[in-house]
Design a protein around this ligand. Sequence first.
Ligand code: NI
Length: 197
Amino acid sequence: MAIRKIAQMGEPVLRRKAELIDPGRIGSTAIQTLIDDMIETMHDADGAGLAAPQVYESLQLCVIEVGKNPRYPQFEPIPLTVLINPVVTPLVGTEGVLAPEDSFQMYEGCLSVPGMRGQVARARKVRVQALDRAGGALDFVWESFRAVVVQHETDHLLGTLYVDRADPKTLTFLREYERFVPSDSRIRDRGKALVSS
Ligand code: NI
């Protein structure tokens, strides 16, 4: 296993649509090593997820894991999840338009855009279909925080960064985020503020 370099915003690989992985290749040493390296890199960087293009591999693969976060005790941890060739379908909204009750809004960050946060409104409920690292089929529904994380990571596989979707006036450096963004405006679920307990 190895920690890989994380591509920073401006690297062309972050803007390409990643290639599908042939299911017959999932068991290969190259793919299994890449998955292990991505997990190690995500842990080392303290990220909630990591997509293969972020480590210069233009492949439809991402990993997600969130431990207990004392800043957001209302969110259940997300177990380690490996998604290959994922398809994410919003289960709310019409034609991509989200009413407040369909949305989960939070300030997102990204290992490829370090030191910044910005507020993004995302579908609060999505269906996820993918293959796992053994090639088995996954099909599940994620809501709220989990829905945000999986949409952020799978956006990377399409060449999209959260800054493309953020309200530009909310973009803030991390120090200023901690100083000036009140905790009751950091997360909005169905249009209503979700305050950390
Ligand atoms: Ni990211």
